[in-house]
Design a protein around this ligand. Structure first.
Ligand SMILES: N[C@@H](CCC(=O)N[C@@H](CS)C(=O)NCC(=O)O)C(=O)O
Length: 215
């Protein structure tokens, strides 16, 4: 049995959760916040980051690694094509979104989502990077209708949790959604993904977590 640890506002937690739901893998959730000093958490996720999972074989952290493990260990309901090149193209999109879009936009989160500040210098350098990376992203996305082509894949789970966040962060920081400004018409695509039961559960659980009284 898989135990998914983290909390339902975390975009990376939600990516893993959507994959578990799509692949119909039985799992339980263990609500775990970031930066824990608890040895039980650090022995599974040394930096205290979420998500991590517990498996019968032991713990695993890092979203991309967890996704690869799930695909290998639970081949039913595949989210990666059997063809090696097509599989690599799906993973290329996952890596691109996480590394070149989400991780860059993350610089803006303290100011946009957490009531903190980000210097004008960081805002400007982040914008420059994002504009370049979004132009690159435009060359990779397919929306055919799914992000990697005609089949729902791992890359759609990554996109579903990350693209709205990038859109909101850039709108909050710059007054415009840089994805849309860069010609990525992703809203109809998100609406399509939003019809899936897995998406609806992820969104409902995120809303419930956000409504929880602060400890
Ligand atoms: N590279 C990690 C990133 C996960 C991550 O950054 N998670 C956030 C929550 S969305 C976190 O744990 N932040 C706390 C921290 O960075 O200390 C992964 O892919 O799983």
């Amino acid at each position: 049995m898989i135990t998914l640890c983290g909390f339902a506002v975390s975009n990376y937690f939600n990516i893993v959760k959507q994959v578990l739901l799509e692949k119909q893998i039985p799992f339980t959730e263990e609500r775990t916040m970031t930066r824990s000093k608890d040895e039980a958490v650090l022995s599974a996720s040394p930096l205290g980051k979420v998500p991590f999972i517990r498996t019968d074989a032991g713990p695993l952290c890092e979203t991309a690694v967890i996704l690869d493990y799930l695909e290998a260990q639970f081949p039913a309901h595949p989210l990666v094509p059997a063809d090696a090149y097509a599989a690599a193209k799906v993973r290329e999109l996952c890596t691109y979104i996480n590394l070149h879009l989400e991780l860059v936009a993350r610089e803006l989160y303290p100011a946009v989502f957490f009531g903190g500040t980000v210097s004008d210098e960081v805002k400007a350098s982040t914008r420059k990077l994002l504009e370049r990376h979004i132009a690159g992203f435009k060359r990779l996305v397919r929306f055919g209708p799914y992000i990697a082509g005609d089949r729902f894949s791992l890359a759609d789970c990554v996109a579903f949790s990350n693209l709205p966040l990038i859109g909101m962060a850039t709108k909050g920081a710059y007054g415009e959604d840089l994805l849309i400004a860069g010609g990525i018409d992703y809203k109809p695509y998100l609406a399509l993904l939003g019809e899936r039961a897995s998406s609806q559960q992820v969104v409902a659980d995120r809303k419930a977590e956000m409504a929880r009284p602060k400890a």
